[in-house]
Ligand binder design. Structure first.
Ligand SMILES: C=CC1=C(C)c2cc3[nH]c(cc4nc(cc5[nH]c(cc1n2)c(C)c5CCC(=O)O)C(CCC(=O)O)=C4C)c(C)c3C=C
Ligand SMILES: [Fe+2]
Ligand SMILES: [Fe+2]
Length: 384
């Protein structure tokens, strides 16, 4: 599954389907008297991300939480726990050193909080008669999903919109977060009927998301002096190949994003400039999807290409952009003869991106179904 590297392609393989709304699942229109709540609603938007340690002492327990997740290590409980304990202990030292380069901990929570506040501001304008509050639910470190579910329940919303900050759906990220939410929400006594819940499971080619990437790449490309010959490298977090072979749509959706952004960059992608997708952050002994970002950086640098590297599956700055892309891969490029290595910032609070999140929320609220998905079939497990 998932074609290999793509060069100079035009046209997304999976055009955005927001407009035709052809893909919805688990319609709940009959469950909730939508017409009774046109305005004056309390709307909770829950933003999901992975989370990161807030200091050096949190690194090992954060890694333990990550590796004990069955979405990350598909093994029975009695194997997973000792494996998680072992990996988190052995990996902690090098991970701590990397987090130390960012001041000791991960910037992911403050970056996500900024996105939450920016989204609230956009929604306050779009839904002036409603009260909208954006909550952050992290999967492996504070604020953990259970804590956020309690805060959402205490706020007594009429509507809840679940919005993962993973534009491309994966069982390892989106589905894991949504399952954790289901469990936590049930635990705090928030039944489906208590507040209408709509889930946005993926948005790999949503208009504002693609536009925000194109704008940031264009700016970085110009800053680097619009070098020729150059390659735009779309770098996404990798996954074990077996996860993709089991039907995870992540790689297909990453390819759809990259193709859509490349098409939007038509004026930059002139003669002599190409683009490619690669996968970073490999962990463990399994075979991961490729090509790997380090191989692509070596190859492009040795070929004398200037590199414009853009994180295509992360929407915030964190360890894998600030350390892996900015420090490790930059050094690698220079070691292999590269002279220009430009790194495009993550989306953060780029206006087109936040506006796009606002559109996803208003579409979710206007929709009578429980799931909003860009795929022909709902992403596997999203409707659970
Ligand atoms: C698209 C996003 C991500 C996917 C897919 C993903 C899969 C995945 N990750 C690991 C292992 C680690 N990930 C780590 C950190 C981390 N990963 C993502 C995103 C995706 N992960 C984020 C946003 C972060 C947060 C980083 C931060 O700022 O703190 C880490 C910890 C860092 C490190 O030690 O390298 C690990 C480990 C696996 C195994 C996996 C799929 C199976
Ligand atoms: Fe990861
Ligand atoms: Fe989806």
């Amino acid at each position: 599954m998932g074609a290999g590297p793509l060069y100079l392609q035009s046209g997304p393989r999976h055009p955005a389907r927001h407009a035709d709304r052809s893909c919805r699942a688990g319609a709940e229109a009959g469950d909730w008297p939508v017409s009774e709540l046109k305005s004056g609603r309390k709307i909770a938007v829950v933003l999901f991300n992975l989370g990161g340690p807030d200091g050096q002492a949190a690194v090992r327990p954060f890694l333990f939480n990550l590796f004990r997740d069955p979405a990350i290590i598909q093994a029975p409980f009695f194997i997973r726990y000792p494996v998680a304990a072992l990996i988190s202990t052995t990996r902690a030292k090098s991970a701590r050193a990397n987090y130390a380069l960012m001041g000791g901990g991960s910037p992911l929570l403050p970056e996500t909080e900024k996105q939450a506040r920016a989204l609230e501001a956009v929604l306050a304008q779009r839904l002036p008669d409603d009260e909208v509050k954006a909550f952050v639910a992290m999967r492996y470190w504070d604020p953990l999903t259970g804590q956020t579910a309690r805060a959402v329940k205490a706020w007594k919303p009429d509507e809840v919109v679940l919005l993962p900050l993973y534009p491309q759906y994966s069982t390892t990220t989106t589905a894991s977060s949504l399952k954790a939410w289901e469990r936590a929400w049930r635990k705090v006594g928030g039944r489906r009927g208590a507040a209408r819940t709509t889930t946005v499971c993926c948005y790999p080619t949503a208009d504002g998301f693609v536009q925000a990437h194109a704008d940031l790449i264009r700016a970085e490309y110009a800053k680097a002096g619009s070098p020729r010959p150059a390659r735009i490298l779309f770098s996404a977090h990798g996954l074990p190949e077996k996860v993709i072979l089991a039907g995870d749509p992540y790689q297909r959706q990453v390819e759809a994003t990259a193709a859509a952004v490349a098409e939007r960059l038509g004026d930059v992608l002139g003669e002599g400039v190409d683009w490619k997708i690669s996968y970073q952050s490999r962990v463990g002994p399994l075979k991961w999807i490729g090509p790997s970002t380090d191989d692509e950086i070596k190859a492009a640098s040795e070929a004398g290409l200037a590199l414009v590297v853009t994180p295509i599956a992360f929407v915030s700055e964190h360890i894998e952009t600030l350390v892996e892309l900015d420090v490790e891969y930059r050094e690698l490029a220079y070691e292999h003869g590269g002279s220009i290595y430009a790194r495009v910032p993550a989306l953060g609070v780029a206006p087109a991106f936040i506006d796009c999140l606002g559109t996803l929320v208003t579409e979710a609220l206007a929709d009578a179904s429980s799931l909003i998905c860009e795929e022909d079939q709902p992403c596997p497990g999203a409707a659970a």
